[in-house]
Design a protein around this ligand. Structure first.
Ligand code: NAD
Length: 417
């Protein structure tokens, strides 16, 4: 069902935290409506559908299953926004519905990470290709206006006159995920390395890649990484996690890393070294989520820090209102000097990403980020886990990558034992 279409009806699978981000971003997306939501919990689907209708981005209905959404002729594309451990079952249901003639789709977009490990990510790609679907890997940071504009200008002026950049740094840090399943290595696929370094390695690679050049312009050759559990294995913090999850999350026995660092060495087409340095943590207690990126070249540099970009508010100690996330995602305080991220859906890149995915699907063209990119990101992350476990630099691609499952995802990682 490819070819040029006028308007794209989209169904959302998962109506949780990121589902709401995507729906709100649709205010900046043209030629498309959010027409359906499926969620494991019906109440979240109802809330997400009401949000879509309420802000005027589509008369979204709650569907009983993924298959029903595939079967509905008004739905042309699906966005997979459910937890990591549901990826394969959802993609298999989509493939089965299409292959048994229940309905047709143009494309499918999937949140990060594409899979919990390389085998799962590759399975997602295989199923999408087998059904002849266009596929988009949802890596919002590549579409953040600061990244897009900064990269364009830096390459057009600094790199054109003095040579390409050689080092990109990216960090994503906050004080810990909002739902218990993220904390469990087996459900999520790992700890913060899997959860957030997927963003950092990809946005840093993107910044180092010449504008318009394919991914193959840079070849990964080595990965060196370190992981640790700096905060959440301390008994009083482990007790907090247990209390928030009815005892399911046990960081004394089965922690996941809350800090990770990786160096990915690339070669460009002339054989020159290009370096990505990524660091992520769930133990950063600042105002809220902080994304930082840097790109360094021979005569220029660029820096982005999402907490420095917008207005700053000050509240005296007399202002002691309710806790919330009205200033910034993963907000940690309501008093003192606080930064505001004024338009999170746009500034984090969701608007640009969804606009691009919709326009690509309408034109019948593959988006700039596909499931193949998601596979490569997963392979880099799995190599980083191998490096951290073996405490050595790993030549890329390492043997056994396709079947590798990190110790933390097997429930066997505990640095204190
Ligand atoms: N791009 C980003 O920065 C970003 C941010 C947050 C989350 N994410 C990713 O988005 C995905 C969802 O994260 P979240 O924070 O929204 O989680 P969440 O737990 O807040 O929401 C998950 C939603 O999926 C639903 N769900 C669970 N199992 C399902 C199934 N089998 N079929 C359909 N729906 C199901 C739940 O009912 C819930 O509505 C994860 O893969 C996560 O890694 C990306």
């Amino acid at each position: 069902m490819t070819g040029v279409r006028q308007r794209l009806g989209v169904g959302m699978i998962g109506g949780g935290f990121v589902g709401r981000f995507h729906i709100r971003s649709w205010l900046g997306v043209r030629d498309s409506d959010v027409l359906g939501v499926v969620s494991r919990r019906k109440t979240t689907a109802e809330e997400a559908a009401a949000l879509a209708a309420g802000i005027g981005v589509g008369d979204a209905r709650v569907f009983g299953s993924v298959t029903e959404m595939v079967a509905d002729p008004s739905i042309n594309a699906l966005w997979i926004l459910a937890p990591n451990f549901t990826r394969i079952e959802i993609m298999e249901e989509i493939a089965h519905a299409i292959e048994t003639g229940k309905g047709e789709l143009v494309g499918i977009a999937c949140e990060k990470p594409l899979g919990r490990n390389a085998a799962e990510a590759r399975r997602m790609l295989e199923l999408a290709e087998r059904c002849g679907l266009l596929h988009g890997y949802l890596e919002n940071q590549l579409f953040s206006p600061a990244v897009v504009r900064g990269k364009d200008i830096l390459w057009a002026r600094g790199a054109a006159l003095t040579g390409p950049p050689y080092l990109a740094r990216a960090a994503e840090e906050h004080s810990g995920p909002h739902m218990p399943w993220f904390w469990e290595g087996e459900l999520q696929g790992g700890g913060v390395l899997n959860d957030m370094m997927c963003h950092s390695v990809e946005v840093a690679r993107f910044l180092l890649t010449p504008p318009g050049a394919p991914r193959e312009a840079l070849t990964p050759v080595k990965v060196t990484a370190h992981t640790s559990c700096l905060k959440w294995q301390e008994p009083r913090y482990a007790a907090q996690l247990a209390a928030r999850s009815d005892g399911a999350v046990d960081y004394l026995e089965r922690p996941a890393e809350d800090f990770a660092r990786a160096l990915v060495e690339y070669r460009d087409r002339e054989g020159k070294e290009r370096v990505v340095e990524a660091t992520t943590s769930w133990c950063f207690v600042g105002a809220g989520l902080r994304l930082s990126m840097e790109l360094l070249g021979p005569e220029y540099s660029m820096t982005v820090n999402t907490l420095d970009a917008g207005p700053r508010l000050f509240f005296s100690r007399e202002v002691s209102g309710a806790a919330g996330e009205d200033l910034v995602e993963k907000q940690n305080a309501e008093m003192g000097l606080m930064p505001v991220v004024s338009d999170e859906e746009s500034e984090y890149g969701y608007v640009g990403e969804n606009r691009h995915m919709v326009q690509s699907f309408l034109a019948g063209k593959p988006p700039s980020e596909t499931f193949a990119d998601g596979v490569n990101v997963t392979e880099l992350l799995m190599s980083a886990y191998m490096s951290a476990e073996q405490e050595r630099t790993i030549p890329f691609p390492p043997p056994g990558l396709e079947s590798f499952v990190p110790a933390v995802a097997r429930g066997e990682w505990n640095p204190r034992k």
